[in-house]
Design a binder for this molecule. Structure first.
Ligand SMILES: Cc1cc2nc3c(=O)[nH]c(=O)nc-3n(C[C@H](O)[C@H](O)[C@H](O)COP(=O)(O)O)c2cc1C
Length: 208
């Protein structure tokens, strides 16, 4: 598949089929991640790969239990969101936050070198390690989409972040940006659409 086509076909999946992402394919996807641009030239990124369901249940232990559809609706109604498509996405996503990490073919926990506290930046360049980590994640997602695999990221709460780092034994100067769950999406049609954006309406020539 052409790269542009892969980028266009990428979408977040939270429901997965039973089909396995093979070890060989996963290696190709993570290798694509490791080819991202890196702020310090060193590509100091690592992945913890977890397929085992019991181990995954341990690792998502601090993720709050899945909420019901009614709870999700009331959270969304109280949030002040006004875009209907956005609301539909959250109503769909909130009840799946734990399940989507356990029901995919594989849970990837990416780690990146982060020598200083990521939550105390003073200038943009202090965020370079974090920004590079997200280049890695996007590379994996696009490479996955090129092979029919989709995924979802979940940003950990502070409690989840500390818990996962300890649970996998990550070195102190490595950090955990997100859970990354990957698999072949289920056939189920989702109740919301991606937001359509016309590039010509977002490009400004010479000034905004
Ligand atoms: C930085 C970032 C954080 C995200 N966090 C979550 C999350 O915590 N839980 C979740 O279900 N999806 C999460 N997502 C997925 C978004 O909800 C999704 O990308 C968005 O709805 C657009 O849909 P698309 O990816 O299909 O284009 C996150 C995406 C990004 C880029």
């Amino acid at each position: 598949m052409e790269t542009i086509e892969a980028i266009r076909s990428r979408r977040t999946a939270r429901r997965f089929s039973e089909r396995e992402v093979s070890d060989e394919l996963l290696e190709v996807l993570l290798d694509a991640g490791l080819r991202a641009p890196s702020n310090d030239h060193l590509r100091k990124w690592e992945f913890v790969v977890v397929r085992d369901r019991d181990r995954r249940l341990e690792l998502v232990d601090r993720v709050s239990r899945d909420r019901s559809a009614e709870e999700a609706r009331s959270i969304v109604e109280g949030s002040g969101m006004s875009d209907e498509e956005q609301k539909r996405m959250y109503v769909d996503a909130i009840p799946l936050q734990r399940r989507m990490l356990v029901s995919s073919s594989v849970l990837v926990l990416p780690f990146y070198y982060q020598p200083r506290d990521v939550l105390g930046p003073r200038e943009l360049s202090d965020l370079n390690y974090f920004a590079s980590a997200w280049c890695v994640i996007e590379n994996v997602l696009v490479a996955a989409a090129s092979r029919g695999v989709q995924g979802v990221t979940r940003i950990p709460t502070e409690e989840e972040r500390a818990y996962v780092k300890k649970a996998v034994g990550a070195p102190g100067d490595y950090d955990f940006p997100c859970y990354l769950s990957l698999g072949y999406p289920s056939e189920e049609v989702s109740a919301f659409r991606q937001v359509a954006v016309d590039v010509r309406e977002r490009v400004h020539v010479n000034a905004w």
